[in-house]
Design a protein around this ligand. Structure first.
Ligand code: MEV
Length: 434
């Protein structure tokens, strides 16, 4: 019988019914089905209400990075990530930063941009001014959509009009700048844009197409800087000052070459995204915002894409790192307020406002990047990585928890860290002695 992915009524089924459907579909065993089960601490129904067609969960490990001191306050930082070494690296970097006082962080007000696109405008320059003439009334109309946000000091604060040349001719693009306070801002901004759209289209004499938030949150930035003392960077093969120079060389390549910059910024996002995910925030929004910000900055300052961090040597010869990135994260609304695990982890983190969370993200991003550059500029990352990789290989080759250490030890000793070797070792360990 041919199978159809149309799965009629799938969305109306209960979770157990959907699992039963999957059992048939993919010939799943009882053990395989059990891997989808909800964790015991999550109240029934919570996850099923978050998205559609729920069949289960994918538990991602949550680790806690230690040693962080940000603006003279200590934090334990929950990080949800599948990649080995990230949590350990962040903790180690924070320890080095801590010796010189930790991270200093700051943020701008949490202002998001909403875009309204108007096409088919005969006189875009004049249309821009017709819209700007009506700015106070337009802002008032936007704020009428969210009196609660306004009461908390947020709301629509500014309105700008751009004329964007495009392959379909010039377009009038209105930017509504909304202070989202402790929310991510997606709902407030989109609602306001949709509310203003008919009047904006009328004023411009054109047709409105898109009304949506921009993830390039250039007004909602977090920044952090820290000193990494040269004396703490020495290895058995290099002096501290040599390591500082090597890190500056590594950074210089990221600033000069997009192929390296992509990996440099990826390392930053290892830290940032894992905290974003642990706190139930939208990691795709942050990723997209960060990478586009790196390209946008380059479009202004020259180059193709910019590292989100900067490294310099101070007058004492120590390494000083800084970071700036958009941080559209919230503590109210969204999954952060609903997901029981995210709520627990926000409590562990102890942040009281969205800007504070943004500052933590900046510090973690800088720590993560420093750790990667330090490893790459000295012994390389493979040794530490391979040991953790070997653990994963051992487990997937069927090693029982009590066998994993021995399998890893043998692979590392032989210098052959591969799945086939892990399997061989597991078999050897289980072979009865002759
Ligand atoms: C791996 O996830 C991240 C790194 O490649 C980052 C970097 O190269 O800077 C280690």
């Amino acid at each position: 019988m041919t199978r159809s992915s149309e799965a009629p009524g799938f969305y109306r089924k209960s979770t157990p019914e959907r699992r039963a459907f999957l059992r048939e579909w993919a010939d799943l065993s009882d053990d395989e089905l059990r891997t989808l089960e909800f964790p015991p601490g999550v109240p029934p129904g919570t996850l099923e209400r978050m998205i559609e067609n729920v069949v289960g969960v994918l538990p991602v490990p949550v680790g806690v990075a230690t040693n962080f001191r940000i603006n003279a306050r200590d934090y334990l930082i929950p990080m949800a990530i599948e990649e080995p070494s990230v949590v350990a690296a962040a903790s180690n970097a924070a320890k080095v930063a801590r010796a010189a006082g930790g991270f200093q962080a700051q943020s701008t007000p949490p202002v998001m941009i909403g875009q309204v696109q108007i096409v088919g405008v005969a006189d875009p320059a004049a249309a821009r001014l017709r819209i700007l003439d009506r700015k106070p009334a337009l802002l008032e109309a936007a704020n009428a959509k969210d009196p609660v946000l306004v009461r908390f000091g947020g709301g629509a604060k500014e309105l700008e009009v751009r004329i964007v040349p495009s392959m379909r001719g010039p377009m009038v693009v209105v930017h509504l700048l909304v202070d989202a306070r402790d929310a991510g801002g997606m709902n407030a901004v989109n609602t306001m844009c949709e509310a203003l759209a008919p009047e904006l289209g009328r004023l411009a004499g054109g047709r409105v197409v898109l009304r949506i938030i921009s993830n390039l949150a250039i007004h909602r930035l977090a920044r952090a800087h820290a000193t990494f003392r040269a004396s703490l960077l020495a290895t058995d093969k290099a002096t501290g000052p040599e390591v500082v120079e090597a890190i500056l060389d590594a950074y210089a390549l990221a600033a000069a070459d997009p192929f390296r910059c992509a990996t440099h910024n990826k390392g930053i996002m290892n830290g940032v995204s894992s905290v974003v995910l642990a706190t139930g925030n939208d990691f795709r929004a942050i990723e997209s915002g960060a990478h586009t910000y790196a390209a946008w900055r380059a479009s202004i300052e020259g180059g193709v894409v910019r590292p989100l961090t900067t490294y310099e040597k101070d007058s004492a010869g120590d390494l000083v790192g800084s970071i700036e990135l958009p941080v559209a994260v919230g503590l109210i609304g969204g999954a952060t307020a609903v997901h029981p695990t995210a709520k627990t982890l926000v409590k562990v983190l102890g942040v009281k406002s969205a800007p504070e969370l943004g500052e933590v993200l900046a510090a973690v991003g800088l720590a993560q990047n420093f750790a990667a550059l330090r490893a790459l500029a000295t012994e390389g990352i493979q040794r530490g990585h391979m040991e953790l990789h070997a653990r994963n290989l051992a487990t997937s080759a069927g090693a029982r928890p009590e066998e994993v250490d021995r399998v890893v030890e043998r692979m590392v000793r032989d210098g052959t860290i591969r799945f086939d070797r892990a399997k061989e070792i597991v078999e050897e360990l289980r072979r009865p002695p002759r």
